[in-house]
Design a protein around this ligand. Structure first.
Ligand code: EPZ
Length: 427
């Protein structure tokens, strides 16, 4: 397995571009199942999770072609309606094919995704929503077996503003009979991007990006063309990289409004932040201080930036309380950051970080999930000496060439290709 080798201590300077949003691209790809014909997407990041989504669509009969960052999906009536275990276990977002298949073809069999490194991550809210729309849902042999003649519009109130649940129900409702209202809907920018594409396909959707989304079902949708929004989590990771390493960096091709919660915390910590229409400039003059952060659904502080922000707090002045409210087990990076010398005391969902400016030292560490991997790379930028981060296949799921982007800003970082000798780690 590949590793990342980072020699810390280099300030970052220059401009770096943001790629398309992973968490938008995946849902857009699954939305194609709602209409046969050729769908075209631009600005699709080159990532393992995008490849896994393409494989799933291909297993359902679609032809997926990529040229650079443009992906076309030629959708045909599937021969089977099954998303199998091997595909779903690799990528939980595969559950997002359930709503489209069920509403378009009246049936779907999708493997239950199971838990993952950051929490148990149930899908009960997706399933309850579809049941409320008249679907028959049974769980058998590890699979969700769903069927319905035609889904019926109804009122759905989520007890938690679930991102995937909102997306699955919104897609299912596009072809349902009547009006579906989702209350306490998630408001993430990726939901707005998905709704925008569905509207281009002919769907009737109002309120995406607010907590009440109203979808009026139509009889048929058609394929369309769309450009994926910039990845706010990648942009945020690059911004935190600039903050932790020091220097003067402009992160281009992003949407600063999507990053407000992060930028507010960085300003509070003492960083110079300037925003323009599609870019954010971060300047670090040293002496940044610890601030408290509590994750929350958008527009709150994103859980997907919690690990990276914790790395920054590890080298800032003072004490920071980091509270994770979205996932029950998203502190797996703590023990690895401790290997670099960080002073973190996690208790349940709150971690107390005592900052040690200049106090981290390079060490071998191991990535446990996507954002944890990113936090280790960022911490390594601020550590004395060499850090090797192993299991970076997690990083490749969600960051397009992170090492090349950081190296272009002056970081001393390189990918060490596996020679196969350490693949026992797979166990
Ligand atoms: C999406 O996951 C993202 N994934 C996650 O990004 C992100 O962390 C998360 O939203 C929150 O922002 C994709 O978009 C592919 P949720 P999702 O449904 O949809 C509980 C990354 O690093 N819940 O909003 O799975 C759940 O257990 C990833 O890119 C239920 O209890 O998130 C969790 O605690 C990781 N029942 C909370 O809600 C349900 O039916 C939030 O989950 C659904 C969710």
């Amino acid at each position: 397995m590949d590793k990342m080798k980072v020699v810390g201590g280099k300030a970052l300077r220059g401009t770096v571009r943001t790629s398309g949003a992973k968490n938008s691209a995946l849902k857009l790809l699954f939305a194609t199942l709602l209409a046969e014909g050729k769908h075209t997407f631009h600005n699709v990041p080159k990532l393992m999770d995008v490849d896994s989504s393409a494989t799933l669509l291909e297993s359902l009969g679609a032809i997926v072609t990529r040229k650079g960052h443009t992906v076309t999906v030629e959708v045909k009536a599937p021969g089977s309606f099954e998303a199998n275990y091997d595909l779903v276990r690799k990528m939980r977002a595969s559950i997002l094919c359930l709503g489209p298949l069920l509403t378009k073809y009246g049936q779907a069999q999708v493997s239950l995704p199971g838990g993952c490194a950051i929490g148990s991550r149930p899908i009960n809210l997706h399933l309850d929503g579809m049941k409320a729309m008249g679907a028959d849902i049974e769980l058998r042999n590890g699979y969700v077996h769903a069927s319905a003649k035609r889904l019926k519009g109804t009122n759905i109130l989520f007890e938690f503003a679930t991102v995937g649940g909102t997306e699955n129900i919104m897609m299912a409702a596009t072809l349902a009979d009547g009006v579906t209202t989702i209350e306490n809907a998630a408001k993430e920018p990726e939901i707005v991007d998905l709704a925008n594409y569905l509207v281009k396909m002919g769907a009737k959707i109002e309120g995406a990006g607010t907590s009440i989304i109203k979808i009026t079902g139509v009889d048929k949708l058609k394929p369309a063309e769309h450009t994926v929004i910039p990845d706010r989590i990648e942009a945020g990771t690059l911004i935190i990289a600039a903050a932790i390493a020091g220097g003067d960096v402009t992160v281009a091709d992003c949407v600063p409004e999507h990053l407000e919660a992060l930028l507010a915390k960085l300003r509070e910590a003492g960083y110079g932040i300037e925003t323009a229409a599609t870019s954010v400039r971060v300047r670090s003059t040293g002496g940044a201080k610890c601030v408290d952060v509590t994750t929350a659904p958008h527009p709150g502080f994103p859980t997907d930036l919690q690990a990276q922000f914790m790395a920054l707090m590890c080298v800032s002045e003072g004490v920071s309380l980091i509270t994770e409210t979205v996932f029950e087990n998203r502190f797996m990076h703590v023990t690895e950051l401790q290997r670099l010398g960080a002073d973190i005391n996690p208790k349940s969902r709150v971690a107390v970080v005592r900052g040690k400016p200049g106090g981290l030292e390079g060490a071998p560490v191991m990535a446990t999930d996507l954002r944890a991997s990113a936090s280790l790379v960022l911490a390594a930028l601020a550590s004395r000496g060499t850090t090797t981060v192993s299991r970076i296949y997690h990083l490749d799921r969600g960051y397009e060439q992170l090492e090349l982007k950081l190296a272009s800003l002056g970081a001393n970082i390189e990918r060490i290709k596996s020679d196969g000798s350490d693949d026992s780690e797979l166990a």
